[in-house]
Structure formats: C-alpha cells, structure tokens
Design a protein around this ligand. Structure first.
Ligand code: RB5
Length: 149
C-alpha cells in the first residue's frame, strides 16, 4: 500500500482537509504534515518538508495544496528527485504519473472545486508509472547535468 503525505499553506488548508478525508475514506494511510489552521504561513516551508519526507523514504507520494498550486510546485521542484506537477484536470493528473512519474501532486484551492480536485487526486493515484525506457530516460534527463544517452 502506498504511503501518502499531504501538506498545505493557509491558502490550501480547507482543500487539504477535504482531500485528507477522502484519502482516508479510500483506505490510504496519510500523514498530515500541516499547516493546521488558516493562519498565514509560508508555502515553501511545507513544500520543502514534503520533499524531505519523500526523499527520506517516509512517504511514497505527496499532495501539496496552496492557493494556486504553483508556489508549492516551484519550491518542491528545487529538490533533485522530486517531480512535482501542478494540475487542474484529470488527464494531466494521470499523465504526470504515467509519463513523468510525478511523486508530488500540487493543487490550487483557489483554482479547483473540491469535486474536481478529488477526481484529479484519484486519477493520479490510480495511474501506474509507465516503465517504458523512453520515459525512464527522459525522467533521468530532468535532473541537472544529465544528458540524453
Ligand atoms: C498565499 O496567498 C498564496 O500566495 C499561496 O497559497 C500560493 O498560491 C502561492 O503560490
């Protein structure tokens, strides 16, 4: 069973709570890394905490929520080995896991209603990373300094 983590800033707090409840209902074990209120806070703190949680092996996949999803994705993607995709439709949610092996899904509470957000989360979790060598090669090439072979 996948080990999941979820985090948000204040701008994503309410959607995080709805996603946490859905993930629990779907039978996943989820660690809530915060924030724990709508008090103003800084999204990079939670993006970096999530990145470390995944890179240290304490979770397999993570969901990050902020107002737009964008700040979280920019910050999380500073970490080599993190592939954070901000999505607002189920096709991109599925493809970012199949083709890009995205290990973090970023969502915007001010962009998506909770219904569509949950459809995106479910599409991402149900997708299977495609092991085709062309995808594996391209994913390796994402890291700075890697070239096509
Ligand atoms: C907070 O107001 C907002 O800037 C943040 O949640 C996020 O959207 C940043 O990308």
């Amino acid at each position: 069973m996948l080990r999941l983590a979820i985090a948000s800033d204040h701008g994503g707090f309410n959607l995080k709570a709805e996603i946490f409840d859905a993930l629990t209902k779907w039978g996943f074990v989820v660690e809530d890394l915060g924030t724990h209120s709508t008090a103003s806070c800084d999204y990079p703190d939670y993006a970096h905490l999530m990145a470390h949680t995944i890179l240290d092996g304490r979770a397999d996949l993570g969901v990050l929520v902020c107002g737009s999803g964008v700040g979280m994705s920019i910050a999380a993607n500073k970490h080599p080995g993190i592939r954070a995709a901000v999505v607002s439709d189920p096709y991109s949610a599925r493809k970012c896991r199949e083709h890009n092996h995205a290990n973090i899904l970023c969502l915007g509470e001010r962009v998506l209603g909770s219904g569509l957000a949950l459809v995106c989360v479910r599409a991402w979790l149900d997708a299977v990373p495609d092991p085709d060598p062309r995808h594996v090669r391209r994913i390796a090439m994402i890291e700075p300094g890697k070239r096509a072979t």
